[in-house]
Design a protein around this ligand. Structure first.
Ligand code: ADP
Ligand code: GN1
Ligand code: MG
Length: 370
């Protein structure tokens, strides 16, 4: 995207000051994200400009209605409790000159602008146990704030997003079609996944039987979707609200386990360094308890360890499916990137399986009586 284009897009929004420049930003796999700078009374002030991925999100107006409602709700919740520094603790959409929360360009693409959360970092790999605590506390606090979101329920921005049988079925379809003849490069991963089919229906059947409640959840609780304050280390703001919709707290917690207990990146090629670190898991469970402990039901608590395994397995399955289909969903930055990502997930599933008993003890000790 050229500077001229970014300037023209930025001009659609009610941002005070004069456009200076803009550049690609962050490491998300889905949207195109840019950091823009504006001169405001001689000071450079940043904003986030995002192109929402329409191949992934089929109904962007419905998605933006969710984001608008939720960001207002969170801002109001912080205000009601007189929380200081609120503009860094909740995303804020900047409207267009017409008062809309997104701009549609001549190609029918949807753009939005957020205030930039400054003096905070989103990490792809955590650097301390304290950060695992903070990430979990922040996502749990978001779940808590969403508990009193008034009706109607949020739109489902991606149908069947965490539906295990649907994800497994999509993998089987891809395997059968194998359009690029790539299955031959992924034989061990394919076998591993086929061996784990039974796990995919466990949480959906507990939803169906009413054992696990659907709540408004984030659904993409990877660690780089939390901004961590550079000065205090606090998980100050949850971002990436595109998949906020009715879901399971367990899908959220599972993604925290997937992304914050492993000392190497999601796409690392150092498979021998991939493992679920029990001390990080302890910090994660404690952080989650501090904000979500009050509202989690015993059934939710009972499946916290399994959630880490099933989400890691499911996201590994999605990476493998995308690899087989030619990398059309997740952004990739090298050949074989999705297969590398898949391998890390499956290695992590093995590590979680090996440490299941010790992880259950951590949960039992952290949630006494739960
Ligand atoms: P994606 O869906 O592609 O992951 P995100 O909304 O997570 O898109 O944004 C990608 C990255 O951009 C984030 O991981 C974060 O580093 C950065 N980012 C997004 N929104 C903000 C914001 N309001 N302030 C600062 N950084 C942000
Ligand atoms: C995507 O958008 P991002 O990078 O935060 C994906 C998640 C996956 C994750 C894997 C809408 O998250 O579901 O778990 O990649 N988001 C969507 O890293 O599919
Ligand atoms: Mg993201």
């Amino acid at each position: 995207m050229s500077l001229v284009d970014l300037r023209a897009l930025a001009a659609q929004f009610s941002v005070p000051g004069t456009f200076i420049d803009g550049r690609a930003h962050g490491s998300g796999h889905i949207n195109d994200t840019y950091a823009l700078r504006f001169d405001q009374d001689g000071n450079p002030v940043r904003y986030i400009l995002q192109l929402v991925n329409q191949a992934v999100f089929k109904n962007v107006p419905a998605l933006m209605e969710n984001v608008d409602r939720v960001t207002r709700h969170i801002n109001a919740s912080l205000e009601a409790r007189n929380v200081p520094d609120r503009s860094r603790r909740a995303l804020t959409l900047i409207p267009t000159h017409d008062g809309a929360v997104y701009h549609v360009d001549q190609n029918g693409e949807h753009w939005r602008v957020y205030r930039f959360i400054e003096a905070a970092t989103s990490y792809d790999v955590l650097t301390s146990h304290g950060q695992a605590y903070e990430v979990a506390r922040a996502f749990g606090a978001l779940q808590g704030m969403l508990a009193d979101l008034p009706d109607p329920p949020l739109h489902e921005t991606i149908p069947k997003f965490h539906d295990g049988p649907a994800r497994f079925g999509a993998f089987l379809d891809a395997l059968e079609r194998d359009p690029l003849n790539r299955a031959v490069d992924a034989k061990p991963e394919i076998t591993f996944l086929l061996d784990h089919e039974a796990a995919f229906s466990r949480l959906p059947s507990l939803i169906e039987s009413g054992v696990l409640p659907l709540r408004a959840t984030h659904n993409d609780c990877k660690i780089n979707n939390v901004m961590i304050d550079d000065a205090t280390g606090e998980g100050i703001c949850v971002i990436d609200l595109d998949t906020l919709m009715p879901g399971l707290t367990l899908y959220d917690f599972g993604d925290m386990v997937r992304t914050s207990t492993c000392p190497v990146a999601e796409d690392s090629r150092e498979l021998d360094r991939v493992r679920m670190d029990l001390d990080r898991f302890k910090a994660l469970v404690r952080g989650y308890l501090s904000s979500a402990g009050e509202f989690l039901t015993p059934a939710e608590r009972a499946h916290l360890v399994f959630s880490g395994k099933i989400i890691t397995l499911t996201i590994g399955a999605r990476f493998l499916t995308d690899y087989l289909l030619g990398d059309t969903y997740f952004k990739i930055h090298r050949p074989g990137h999705n297969l590398d990502r898949c391998r890390v997930q499956f290695e992590l599933v093995r590590s979680i399986t090996r440490q299941k008993a010790a992880m259950e003890v951590v949960v039992a000790e952290t949630f006494p009586g739960g």
